[in-house]
Write a protein that binds this ligand. Sequence first.
Ligand code: KG4
Ligand code: ZN
Length: 351
Amino acid sequence: MNLLGIETSCDETSAALLCDGKVRSNVVSSQCCHTDFGGVVPELASREHERLIFSIVDAAITEANITKNDLDVIAATAGPGLIGAVMVGLCFAEGLAWSLGKPFVPVNHVEAHIFSPFISDEDEHRAPEGDFISLTVSGGHTLLSVVRQNLDYEVIGRTIDDAAGEAFDKTGKMLGLGYPAGPAIDRLSKGGDPEFCRFPRALTSSSQTSRNYRNNFDFSFSGMKTSVLTWLGRHDHDYVQEHLADLAASIQQAIVSVLVEKSISAALLHKIDAVSVSGGVSANTGLRSAMLAACQRHGLDLFIPATTYSTDNAAMIATMAQLMISRGRSATNSYGIAPFARFIPAGKGAR
Ligand code: KG4
Ligand code: ZN
């Protein structure tokens, strides 16, 4: 089966071909037009998707060595995301499916991140076989879920304010690292001292409140901004520049330690022996190594997709559509799907 996936929910225009379940192409174009604004400008994002969608889809089809007429199914992100941006990919995909007389599958972008450990581009691919705890960390979402068989999942924790990616991006912006700042903080951290400054670890066992947050799986990262801003206000420019790497490492350490602590506690509490990490922040090298060390300490299996599949990409959309079809969870032949902006979990325990 040749399945075309399309992703345009934020600032990546992407198309991917899944041939008999394996990724044959995954073309991603990341928009640079937002850098000067320090964040994604929705209208500019939609225009860029509109400008690129034809050529990106063509490139994905050509790279997979097939033609448009060989497509069997077309899938696209229907949300959550920037409505205008989502609409470009969604309308394009529906139009293409309709014109070719092929089924269309709408995909939930966050669910595609949750199930991205199943993206396979090789024969020896290793994916979870039973239940697993999913930490989904991106620029817009931070979720902990218990994932069961047959695509059922229950969200057991989510951020009450900023997402983990936002914590990287907004504190990085304060350090003058541009947008998105996550990759820059990651790079800088490698030469820095993570103990240089202790930024807050909200809602964890080490939070400075009397409440015990041991089995609380919600996150709060907004205090990071205030804390970094306050620190910067107390030190002069030269001192900040001299310690940029130390600050980056301290910010990364604070975010990563919260993510690791909550994921491991969730696995232990729910007696589940596998953990996955997905979404843009899962590209972070500090998070990857800290999560691996913690999982090894507790005898847990860890699944993190290759970094190509961490940030937004259409291979995860195509893979999700494939999983939905194979588990009888997709309403194919549904055209006229409405795009949506916010994440509403489909699984049990939606909240
Ligand atoms: O999944 P994604 O591409 O888009 C959303 O669905 O939001 O995630 C983008 C986020 C941004 O906040 C970006 O700074 C962060 O992922 N990110 C990273 C790294 N690479 C991307 N954060 C920390 N370290 C990285 N290496
Ligand atoms: Zn995403």
